[in-house]
Write a protein that binds this ligand. Structure first.
Ligand code: SAH
Ligand code: SF4
Length: 350
């Protein structure tokens, strides 16, 4: 017999400020309450009734009985040897597992958060892709991952400085909830996290990139490229059959034209597969004249993919070739590999 799906709670982080306002108006509360509660949640980071000392008990009872302030339960936390990377596994209210990562580096505190349980895109080298798609996360569940770490950082007087939407899932497949979460965290009266400090990473969903461009959002866009010819890219990223490279680059050009922002291309270097200079040259041709930047990272190992990371020499040669052809390139440092917290390593079997 199939298990019945568990209903998700009414999560307070699913509400916009105006929805919270409407709710409290419907409860006949004075107009200033919504702003007090919103600030409590997003500025003071409160999540239990006793913390809201400025709100009457009766209202708090009602609010906390009708809305959940905690739908994600941390079940496991792993730190890298240097202590700079922490990966947390959460259980969702319907018993799925998702993961988020905090990376401390220099003065930055970067969060990598998830937007789906699993992923439908099936990229061969990615652990999340290997597990398949279970469901989208609600905007509030995406927000809650950030608030969880913000509370931890607040204990040492630190703040989240960057949010990369590069955890489990394809954010632009869950467009509405992902961008609602960005808007909620961006709200000036609340968490007030600047749009330019978000990076959304996509496998290349062309219509969604165009939509993002039309909305002229100031978030950073990263596109996972990994190959510069259609045959090779389709063999690793099945979505390329639907949105081949010429369409993807047209969408990227549109994004740069409309937003005046630089686009980043992500490239996991796999030994003998996509780390040759021919690929670097093809990429330079595709990206000719485009305001872009390439991030290369040696492949992180995953269970069901036999490919190996490129050697240091190959990585450097790839970077040099791109740069000699006028394409800026940085080598991403691999972080948290030993705790499976690196790019493409987030997957959970409960
Ligand atoms: N779905 C989005 C964001 C999540 S994946 C996307 O694909 O862009 C985050 C990044 O990790 C992407 O750039 C993805 O291509 C990369 N990635 C996936 N598996 C990887 C692996 N095994 N090693 C290195 N990078 C990987
Ligand atoms: Fe999904 Fe991104 Fe992994 Fe591809 S790389 S399977 S799009 S999470």
């Amino acid at each position: 017999m199939r298990e019945k799906p568990v209903p998700l709670p009414n999560l307070i982080y699913n509400l916009t400020l105006s929805e919270l306002d409407q709710l409290l108006k419907a409860w006949k509360e004075p107009g200033y309450r919504s702003s007090q509660i919103w600030k409590g949640i997003y500025q003071s980071l409160w999540n239990s009734p006793e913390l809201f000392s400025n709100i009457p008990k009766k209202l708090l009872n009602k609010l906390f009985s009708e809305y959940s302030f905690c739908s994600l339960t941390p079940t496991n936390s792993l730190s890298s040897k240097d202590g700079e990377t922490v990966k947390t596994r959460f259980k969702t209210a319907d018993n799925h597992a998702i993961e988020a990562v905090l990376m401390r580096y220099m003065k930055r505190h970067t969060l990598c958060i998830s937007t789906q349980v699993g992923c439908a895109m099936g990229c061969t080298f990615c652990a999340t892709g290997q597990m398949g798609f279970l469901r989208h996360l609600a905007s509030g569940e995406i927000v809650e991952q950030v608030l969880y770490y913000a509370r931890i950082l607040a204990k040492t007087n630190h703040k989240v400085t960057n949010i990369v939407i590069m955890g489990m899932g394809e954010p632009l497949h869950n467009y509405e909830d992902t961008l609602e979460a960005v808007d909620r965290l961006n709200h000036p009266d609340g968490f007030n996290f600047g749009a330019r400090r978000f990076t959304i990473s996509t496998v290349g969903l062309v219509p969604a990139i165009k939509r993002l461009a039309a909305e002229q959002r100031q978030v950073n866009l990263a596109v996972s490229l990994h190959a510069a010819d259609d045959d090779l890219r389709s063999s690793m990223l099945p979505i390329n059959k639907r949105y081949p490279l010429n369409e993807l680059f047209d969408a990227c050009r549109e994004y740069v034209d409309k937003t005046h922002r630089r686009v980043t291309f992500e490239w996991a270097l796999i030994a003998g597969i996509n780390d040759g200079l021919d690929q670097a040259r093809l990429l330079a041709k595709l990206a000719n004249g485009l305001n872009c930047h390439v991030n290369v990272i040696p492949l992180n190992p995953t269970q069901n993919f036999a490919g190996r990371p490129s050697s240091r020499d190959k990585v450097l040669a790839f970077k040099q070739e791109l740069e000699s052809l006028g394409i800026p390139c940085t080598i991403r440092i691999r972080r948290g590999i030993e705790i499976q917290a690196g790019c493409g390593q987030l997957a959970t079997d409960k």
